[in-house]
Design a protein around this ligand. Structure first.
Ligand code: PMT
Length: 329
């Protein structure tokens, strides 16, 4: 019998009675010391098996009527979020909660680019398939590889529990989903990461002051005042998920003010990193602004189809790992 086994310690005098048995710290130590090592122990300790990223993508809409016919839109193709989702799933993250823009109207297919579909053409149904007789269609030879890969990789991610899609359309839906995800993920502590690439409306019409029906043009020019959407980044940091690693984005069209604005966001909203990008060059390079300095990452032009999201996600995963390691000390 090993010296550290429970029998080596005095037995609890009440051990034969009906009273609940008190477990000594030595018994607990013995149990864990002598248990066979857990197969995924290293992953769980490093947090990688439990890491979850909430990744937002696409642009929010601001409806002008409750029974919406018209809306104000925010620019975003969703490419950044779709590519980032694919790279994040192959990084040591357990799951990606992917909140992306749906079309504003149910009848239109999708409002933003989706993971694993980036290499497909704009009208995939019309371009990738052809009828072969009255009742059958087939994938065109030129698209067969791309279609097969898209379906296989997407299904593997969803069925493996690595990808959960949570679509939104309006600013109301986006912020409610973000709050719901954030408060649910707060129990993950520092293993949670937020990657907020969605282009979020700064102005909106409050639901209660919004017209119910289609605004009539016969009433003359439209004069409407928009309220400011509250910035939720500090609330996310302070209340919804205070231990999570938070990355926000800053988009500008004037490169002269970009870094200053990103720095301001870093400090004001206490982000762990702000990804600064300029509209025209956003697919070529981005600058990750942090309190320890800025790092610019570029698309590798020597590799066909390379994109900037690959080095960006690699860098942020490293930063998140360092953040977890620092808090564990
Ligand atoms: O989709 P693509 O075409 O590939 O383009 C990618 C992108 C340019 C849209 C993306 O890289 C990007 O920069 N997204 C953020 C754009 C944006 O809304 O920037 P902003 O300066 O308005 O907001 C900055 C941050 O504040 C954002 O992380 C946003 O989530 C947050 N925000 C904004 C408004 C608001 N009311 N509340 C917020 O929390």
């Amino acid at each position: 019998m090993p010296a550290s086994s429970p029998e080596a310690f005095p037995m609890d005098p009440k051990s034969n009675s009906e009273a609940p048995q008190k477990t000594s710290p030595a018994e607990i130590k013995y149990f864990f010391d002598s248990a066979p090592p857990l197969r995924d122990g290293a992953d769980i300790r490093s947090g990688s098996a439990r890491r979850v990223v909430c990744l937002t993508s696409g642009g929010t809409t601001v409806p002008l009527e409750q029974r919406c016919v018209r809306y104000i839109d925010n620019f975003s193709s969703g490419h950044r979020g779709a590519a980032s989702t694919e790279y994040t799933i192959t990084a040591p993250y357990f799951a990606v909660l992917y909140s992306s823009r749906l079309s504003a109207f149910d009848e239109i297919a999708s409002g933003s680019c989706q993971p694993y579909c980036r290499s497909l053409p704009d009208d995939p149904l019309l371009k990738c398939f052809e009828p072969i007789d009255d009742s059958n269609v087939q994938v065109r030879q030129s698209y067969s590889q791309a279609v097969k890969m898209a379906i296989n990789e997407h299904n593997a991610a969803v069925e493996g529990g690595h990808l959960l899609k949570l679509p939104y359309t309006t600013i109301f839906e986006y912020l409610q989903i973000l709050r719901l995800i954030a408060t649910s993920m707060s129990s993950l502590g520092q293993n949670a990461m937020f990657y907020l690439a969605a282009a979020v409306s700064d102005f909106y019409v409050p639901w209660e002051s919004m017209a119910l029906h289609k605004i009539q043009s016969a009433s003359g020019p439209l004069d409407m005042s928009l309220a400011q959407v509250p910035k939720m980044l500090l609330v996310l940091r302070k209340e919804w998920a205070p231990s999570a690693f938070c990355v926000s984005f800053k988009l500008e069209t004037d490169s002269k003010i970009l870094l200053a604005k990103a720095n301001m966001a870093l400090q004001k909203y206490e982000m762990h990193a702000v990804v600064a990008n300029e509209l025209l060059t956003r697919k070529e390079e981005v600058t990750v602004v942090t309190s320890s300095g800025n790092i610019t990452v570029h698309r590798d032009k020597s590799v066909a189809d390379a994109d900037v999201e690959s080095p960006l996600i690699k860098l942020l995963v490293e930063r998140h790992s360092a953040y977890i390691a620092d808090l564990d000390l």
